[in-house]
Design a protein around this ligand. Structure first.
Ligand code: AMP
Ligand code: ZN
Length: 303
């Protein structure tokens, strides 16, 4: 190990894989890091590409009114990020600059815009699917990728505030979406096995906020609605979720009014790949120099 790599995080900075910005969880990415992400993205497509998903890409912001309706603030008020902006006149501008130069809080006058930051790649999707009318008989399948925001600053490089999530989202009958989830549970294992990192798949829950959240989390676990594929990155005792497999039942179908071809409420499921986390798992287990990674791993990514 080189002298600057006393911790995994420091090693990532020293090798210009991640670039420090002064904010925990907000990093630049170096070319080699991006190349690994790109190769992993292609590996995902090699598993899911033949399913014929419609490719949709949203920017990392979403319609605030739709976000309010989504219920995210009920469950995760602490993770949400909103976009506020200056909306004043010359006088307000002068006041802002005065505060700024005095080192005082200049942000109090910022007003909410109609955009918030997307907390997951699939959140902006559901309302747009509802607009298309009832589902065709075989439901719908989407391929998404977006930068997502969650306000969880941390020194753990695998817990970022801006990170990318690739997702496949299935919308259809309960049978269609549970079969989709099972397929991806199997594919996810196969895919990560190719990368030569240790992993485990386990039942999980989302980090619902507050006392009411504990009940939601227990319910989610009892019903096995969420599974995660975990890889040890920062700690071996607490491995990191790199892939998630979520079954939302009819939650989003009811919320957004999405119906199946027969008029029943649609069920939804998604598989989410934490792109940075998988890249970090590779650097953690195979080292900072991609040229030295085991040849089966190099073959899986670079062909
Ligand atoms: P979730 O919607 O919480 O299941 O997240 C989907 C995937 O995004 C997870 O399996 C992680 O791989 C990834 N992810 C979630 N939160 C973060 C974070 N703070 N930093 C990096 N990746 C994350
Ligand atoms: Zn999702």
């Amino acid at each position: 190990m080189c002298e600057n790599c006393t911790t995994f995080r420091k090693g990532l900075f020293a090798h210009r894989l991640l670039i420090e910005t002064g904010v925990d969880g907000l990093y630049g990415r170096g070319g080699v890091f991006e190349d690994v992400i790109h190769r992993f993205d292609n590996l995902i497509t090699s598993f899911g590409g033949a399913d014929g998903a419609e490719v949709v890409r949203f920017p990392p912001g979403m319609n605030r009114a739709l976000f309010e309706k989504s219920g995210y603030l009920k469950s995760f008020p602490n993770l949400a990020g909103t976009i506020h902006a200056f909306n004043g006149n010359d006088k307000d501008h002068a006041a802002l600059l005065e505060k700024l130069f005095a080192g005082e809080d200049w942000t109090y006058g910022q007003e909410a815009t109609d955009i918030v930051l997307a907390p997951a790649a699939c959140y902006p999707l559901y309302p747009t699917v509802a607009q298309l009318g009832a589902l065709p008989e075989d439901g719908r399948l989407y391929d998404l990728q977006s930068y997502c925001f969650r306000r969880e600053p941390s020194q753990d490089p695998a817990r970022q505030q801006f990170f990318r999530m690739r997702e496949y989202v299935r919308i259809g009958s309960p049978e269609q979406v549970t079969e989709f989830r099972q397929t991806w549970l199997d594919r996810g294992r196969e895919l990560i096995a190719k990368l030569g990192v240790p992993f485990d798949v386990d039942v999980a829950n989302d980090p619902f906020f507050g006392r009411a959240g504990r009940m939601l989390a227990n319910n989610q676990r009892d019903q096995k609605l969420k599974f995660e594929l975990l890889v040890p990155i920062e700690s071996t005792e607490k491995p990191t979720a790199c892939l998630s497999f979520n079954y939302h039942q009819d939650h989003f179908g009811t919320l957004w009014g999405i119906s199946q071809h027969d008029g029943e409420t649609a069920h939804t499921a998604c598989v989410g790949f934490g792109m940075e986390r998988v890249a970090l798992a590779l650097f953690k287990h195979h080292g900072f120099e991609v040229e030295k990674w085991p040849s089966p791993v190099r073959k899986a990514l670079w062909g």
